[in-house]
Design a binder for this molecule. Structure first.
Ligand code: CA
Ligand code: CA
Ligand code: CA
Length: 502
């Protein structure tokens, strides 16, 4: 009989009773749950052919008081069961190794597992709104303070639906599902990196690159990343507090974002030429992570202040960024067209005026990019995604507002016939351990352009954001309009070799 194999590293949890041959397996090997919350525990039971068992389940602590949704079942064929493991609210935070007892007529099995209980957040959550000064304020909103964006104030709604006429704006990370597999960085060749590195690797030219994203975790193929946590809602943050100096993405949040921020940073800045893992676009740059996403969603107010901070601008309650950046990657967006006077318009103009290059993912909605901000903001380099055949990726937003395309991949395809999915391989984590994972989305096309922008700035520090955008656009490879099918449109593919050339 085929044994169920736990993916990745982990504890060997399989048990097997010899005499009557009921096999039982648990996954995953490590669970994370809030005190008072629950986590999904999967139990797989394999009886021998033709045999049936009346099985009883029991948990053994500590922590005390753990419960499952089910205590007994009949098993007559291989069965996989998702059990909600509930953790009592009074459970102290910490690491535990409880066990699940599987008992039947003539035998029993003890399956141990690792459980991390994290503190449930006591602080109240709430939605944040950015309102222009002088706007009439709907009832129920409480003013917090002036925003770092002049002319706007921050308001908070503790509970209840959004007041009429006021939209609670949420931004979304442009990420598509991914599957962990091993390397092939076809996407670097597609953008002419080998030619570019002949001219400039950036290795001797340190520069700071920023990202507003979901946070970052230490990885052996990455230099230390500086940063700050701008997620103000303790419920959404995953670290149970508001803003703080630690830009790490909590592990349990990383499981939901796919470690989005670490993947984005890895594409730009993975350690290169170090005989390990993957290469990043820029070989000498360092990263600053402004964490504004507690999961796959974040708030305008946090993301905008994160953006201003990265550029070196003051944000109330937060120390100035000691490492102001020259380029900022924005792999997220929300619906909006960035009209003059809007928060994203004002924020991006302020940052561009400081000479900081802004690069944004065009979005994964297969729609015109002008409906999404910050990609639609003037002066921001908006990046669409291509597949391994230089066609527009099926999910990529498009249209005249897309300045450039770069590979964003297509995980379900293998058009280059290398036996690997055509995703972008970057730094990631599997079961809490650092590794390398494939990803797709305009979220991962944008950091290729951000890394390229930083490489150009390393060579020509005087380039303005507009000059740099024009250089990237004018030196890009024109692609046949049919590559944009089904909507014919102009497409230019990032070509870093040509951009750095004479
Ligand atoms: Ca925090
Ligand atoms: Ca490396
Ligand atoms: Ca492939």
């Amino acid at each position: 009989m085929q044994r169920f194999v736990l993916l990745g590293l982990g504890l060997a949890l399989a048990g097997c009773a010899g005499e009557r041959g009921l096999e039982a397996f648990l996954e995953p090997p490590r669970l994370v749950a809030d005190a008072g919350g629950s986590a999904a525990l999967r139990l797989r039971l394999n009886p021998p052919p033709g045999a049936s068992f009346a099985v009883r389940l029991a948990l053994e602590g500590p922590p005390e008081g753990l419960s499952l949704g089910q205590e007994a079942l009949e098993v007559a064929y291989p069965t996989s069961l998702d059990l909600p493991l509930r953790v009592p609210p009074e459970t102290p935070a910490g690491d535990y190794t409880p066990a699940l007892w599987v008992r039947w007529g003539r035998g029993e099995l003890r399956l141990g597992f690792a459980l991390r209980v994290v503190r449930a957040c006591a602080a109240a959550g709430g939605a944040t709104y950015l309102l222009r000064e002088g706007t009439s304020v709907p009832a129920g909103l409480e003013r917090v303070r002036p925003s770092a964006l002049p002319g706007f104030d921050l308001y908070r709604l503790r509970e209840g639906p959004a007041p009429a006429g006021l939209r609670h704006r949420r931004l979304r990370l442009f990420r598509q599902p991914n599957d962990p597999l091993y390397p092939r960085q076809w996407y670097l060749r597609a953008i002419g990196m080998e030619q570019a590195w002949d001219t400039e690797t950036g290795a001797e030219k340190p520069i700071w690159i920023g990202a507003v994203d979901s946070g970052v975790l230490p990885h052996p193929d990455l230099e230390g990343v500086e940063g700050y946590d701008f997620v103000s809602d303790p419920q959404a943050a995953g670290d149970c507090d508001g803003r703080d100096p630690d830009p790490s993405e909590p592990l349990q949040k990383g499981e939901t974002t796919g470690f989005h921020g670490t993947q984005v940073i890895g594409l730009m800045l993975a350690r290169s030429d170090n005989q390990r893992g993957i290469a990043g676009v820029h070989w000498g740059a360092r990263g600053v992570m402004a964490r504004a996403f507690g999961g796959s969603e974040g708030e305008d107010a946090d993301a905008i202040e994160a953006l201003l901070w990265l550029a070196g601008l003051p944000v109330p309650g937060v120390p100035l960024n000691p490492y102001p950046v020259r380029a900022i990657n924005l792999s997220f967006g929300g619906e909006g067209s960035c009209p003059p006077g809007s928060p994203w318009y004002e924020a991006t103009q302020r940052v561009l005026a400081l000479g900081v290059v802004l690069v944004a993912a065009a979005g994964n909605q297969n729609r015109p990019a002008e409906g999404f901000e910050p990609a639609s903001c003037p002066g921001v380099v908006a990046v669409g995604a291509t597949d391994a055949l230089n066609r527009r990726a099926s999910y990529s937003n498009y249209g005249p507002r897309v300045d450039l395309y770069a590979p964003g991949g297509a995980l379900s395809r293998d058009d280059d016939n290398d036996g690997q999915p055509d995703g972008l391989l970057s730094l990631g984590f599997a079961q809490g351990a650092p590794g390398y994972v494939y990803a797709q989305g305009t979220s991962f096309a944008a950091p290729l352009v951000s890394g390229a922008a930083a490489l150009l700035l390393s060579r020509e520090p005087g380039l303005s954001p507009a000059g740099l955008a024009e250089r990237l656009r004018s030196r890009a490879q024109p692609l046949p309009p049919e590559n944009c099918a089904p909507q014919a449109c102009e497409m230019r593919l990032l070509d870093v070799g040509r951009a750095l050339g004479p």
